[in-house]
Design a protein around this ligand. Structure first.
Ligand SMILES: [Zn+2]
Length: 453
């Protein structure tokens, strides 16, 4: 066994949502956490390396489970879209590398990309895994599946009808994605796609889920509308992104029965607090009035999200980085937004961006919390994030797989074969998915000897 590096800290926030442990000491060997103790009980074995970080707080590396590495977070949707549409694949790849590295320097050690163009994020993911470039661990959906003229159709993943969506899901798996992404409703970024209505039938969604599960991938669905929520829950989509309950007349139709089903099926919601939401965070020159107006607006936007959480739905939060004014280096603002929008403590907001997404992505065996045996993905922060999530802005060092990847000068260390591969938990595929409903009905009719069409 190789030597142990000991980090002597001001405190540890372990990602589980529990109280911080003050004066904690954490040992790392062979890329994994070997021991967590307190300064009082700590005696460094001879020859081990001891780093004095007693003015810094240690946390698990943050996980941002909804990003778009190929997008350029311009001031509005139209120019962000124009840029991704007109970029060459080489430009997209380089932009993805730059964005991934900015996230890593800000303490995000794992990202899940939920929609690129040209499958370029798969190359970036693999380049990080091989140690060719520095970057966070990347899980990616590649090109998202959408309808003709549907949300993000400009990324190239149009598929209509049962056969085409099955084929699209199979294609994504052949390309080597980690997760399959589908646009279940229209989206605001795509003019004319109608974000208030679903764009796939339940049957089409079932086919995507069935194929993805059969091939060992979970499914994440973009969903902004109540009817879209219903269909996704019906189809058993693993992870509902955004999870808004808007109606065609721009009202809200929260449905307790659907939420109950969502919970029963153990599906996740991924609440994105994007650049748009971050603007509701009070800033220094806000008056008391303008600050409280902003917070009221933010809380209103997430009223149904809070209801789902109160009902016990499995929840995580993410940023949607890459969309309009949502920079990769500002993830701390998403965590801070969650404190206000979702009525959670900073420590709970940290759980929602560490252990919770690790569980949702099925990688919690290796990452997501500071526990003995897990990979040493961690960050050291000045200030105490248990007091204010905004302190996450002051990330001073970052380790991924036990290696220091951001040093105290804020530089990205050279990667050299960082072992960032994680084990994904297996997926149980349901026996009823195989055939679309129509086909199932006709088989049943045949089996029962019925003759009607
Ligand atoms: Zn998105």
């Amino acid at each position: 066994m190789s030597e142990t590096t000991w980090l002597v800290s001001r405190a540890i926030i372990d990602g589980s949502g529990g109280d911080p442990v003050e004066d904690a000491v954490l040992g790392i060997a062979d890329g994994r956490i070997t021991e967590i103790t307190t300064r009082k009980d700590f005696r460094a074995p001879r020859d081990d390396i001891v780093l004095d970080l007693s003015d810094l707080v240690l946390l698990p590396g943050l996980i941002d489970a909804h990003v778009h590495l190929t997008l350029s977070h311009r001031a509005d949707h139209a120019s962000t879209r124009a840029e991704v549409e007109s970029s060459s694949l080489e430009e997209l790849t380089l932009r993805a590398v730059r964005n991934a590295q900015r996230a890593l320097l800000a303490g995000v050690t794992t990202v899940r990309d939920l929609g690129d163009r040209g499958w370029v994020t798969l190359q970036v993911r693999d380049a990080v895994r091989r140690g060719w470039i520095g970057g966070p661990r990347i899980l990616t959906a590649g090109v998202p599946i959408t309808t003709t003229a549907g949300h993000c159709c400009f990324l190239g993943g149009e598929a209509d009808g049962v056969l085409e969506v099955q084929k699209a899901a199979r294609r994504a798996c052949r390309e080597g994605v980690d997760v399959v992404k589908v646009m279940a409703t229209g989206g605001i970024m795509t003019q004319g796609s109608n974000s208030l209505e679903p764009q796939y039938t339940t049957e089409e969604l079932m086919c995507i889920v069935g194929e993805a599960h059969r091939l060992g991938r979970k499914v994440a669905a973009h969903v902004l509308a109540a009817e879209g929520m219903r269909r996704c829950v019906e189809a058993g989509v693993d992870c509902l992104e955004h999870a808004f309950w808007t109606t065609p007349d721009s009202g809200v139709a929260y449905d307790e029965e659907i939420v109950e089903k969502l919970k029963e099926k153990g599906l996740w919601i991924d609440l994105t607090l994007a650049g748009y939401d971050r603007q509701f965070l009070p800033v220094a020159d806000d008056t008391r009035d303008s600050a409280s107006r902003k917070l009221t607006a933010l809380r209103e936007r997430f009223a149904e999200a809070r209801r789902m959480m109160e009902a016990g739905v499995k929840t995580m939060i993410a940023s949607d980085a890459g969309v309009r004014f949502c920079r990769f280096e500002d993830y701390f603002e998403t965590v801070a937004c969650a404190v206000y929008a979702l009525d959670v403590s900073p420590v709970e907001a940290i759980r929602l961006t560490t252990l919770a997404p690790a569980q949702a992505l099925g990688i919690e065996k290796d990452v997501g919390s500071l526990e003995v045996g897990k990979m040493a993905d961690l960050i050291a922060v000045r200030g105490h994030p248990a007091e204010s999530a905004l302190e996450l802005k002051h990330v001073e060092r970052v380790w991924a797989g036990g290696r220091l990847v951001r040093d105290e000068a804020g530089l990205l260390a050279s990667p050299i074969e960082i072992p960032l591969e994680v084990e994904r938990s297996p997926i149980a595929s349901s026996p009823t998915w195989m055939q679309p409903a129509a086909a199932r009905a006709s088989t049943q009719a045949k089996n029962s000897g019925a003759t009607s069409a």
